[in-house]
Design a protein around this ligand. Structure first.
Ligand code: AMP
Length: 278
């Protein structure tokens, strides 16, 4: 009897549900956790205001035939007096998200470890959009001999290419339109990669340009190898372009897996560049 686990923070959208459907297709029993995990939020971040839509989430999960939904309170997950943490080291634990959001990856590692112990899954499903989280959990599952297979699932996008995210709800209409610069930039990079370009500078420059033109506040734009997340100068298949940028007070991240993901957009400026240059 195989068990699939899909950890989420709720406010479920089609991205989450794609993970649930895959788990449903591949496992005998499917468990979905809905838990806005306080240990992965920094003191100035949006823990208090993070969208919480439990009733709608539960009915969506019921419709998909999920066997169990686990929605514990913060007090139940973290009783007072707890002294145990999980610390991620190395490049994965010390770069990109770990720098921008100190303590975030360790908080994710702690809750995922607890969820693995609670649900004893055979497989756990994570989204490729949150690339560093997915790579970190893959390594954690191996390092702690959990026996859990971590399955990386493709990013589900809106019709304009913007990756679905619970935090998109924070964006007003103008900000939402500007968020389109992220997939547009990634699409331009995908086109260049498809045309044979392998140099990091050439792959990342259209991404930066798209974000800057739209007035997004760039946190990082990086090209990394898929396992350890070290920067690379020359891209190979499976290398990832990672983007983190802020619009107003909303921080969005996105990922393109070179040679794996389709270009996020099918029309518009990036396609012209695709046909015309590099
Ligand atoms: P969250 O609720 O944001 O913690 O996300 C729960 C899981 O859903 C994580 O593994 C995310 O990577 C995944 N996820 C979030 N957005 C998407 C998306 N647009 N497409 C696919 N998976 C996603």
């Amino acid at each position: 009897m195989s068990v699939g686990l899909v950890p989420t923070m709720g406010a479920l959208h089609e991205g989450h549900l794609s993970l649930v459907r895959r788990a449903r297709a591949e496992c005998d029993r499917v468990v979905v956790s809905i838990f806005v995990n306080p240990t992965q939020f920094g003191p100035t971040e949006d823990y208090a205001t993070y969208p919480r839509t439990l009733d709608a989430d539960l009915s969506a999960l019921e419709q998909l035939g999920v066997d169990a939904a686990f929605s514990p309170s913060a007090e139940a997950m973290y009783p007072p007096g707890g002294i145990t943490s999980v610390h991620i080291q190395g490049t994965l634990g010390g770069s990109l998200e770990a720098v921008s959001r100190p303590g975030h990856l360790d908080g994710v590692a702690l809750v995922v470890t607890k969820l693995f112990v609670a649900a004893r899954p055979d497989r756990a499903y994570f989204g490729a959009k949150d690339a560093q989280q997915c790579a970190m959990v893959t390594r954690l599952a191996a390092d702690l001999d959990t026996g859990v297979a971590v399955i990386e699932c493709p990013t589900v996008r809106d019709s304009d290419g913007v990756a679905l995210s619970s935090r998109n709800a924070y964006l007003d209409a103008g900000q939402r339109a500007r968020a389109g610069a992220i997939p547009a930039g990634l699409a331009a990079a995908a086109c260049r990669f498809g045309a044979g370009q392998r140099a990091a500078l050439e792959l990342l420059s259209p991404v930066r340009a798209a974000l800057e033109t739209a007035g997004l506040d760039i946190d990082y734009v990086a090209l990394v190898e898929p396992d350890g997340f070290t920067d690379v100068e020359i891209a190979g298949p499976g290398c990832k372009i990672l983007v983190a940028a802020t619009i107003g007070s909303t921080r969005l991240i996105d990922t393109l897996r070179l040679g794996v993901d389709e270009a996020p957009l099918v029309c518009g400026a990036p396609q012209q560049e695709c046909n015309g240059s590099s």
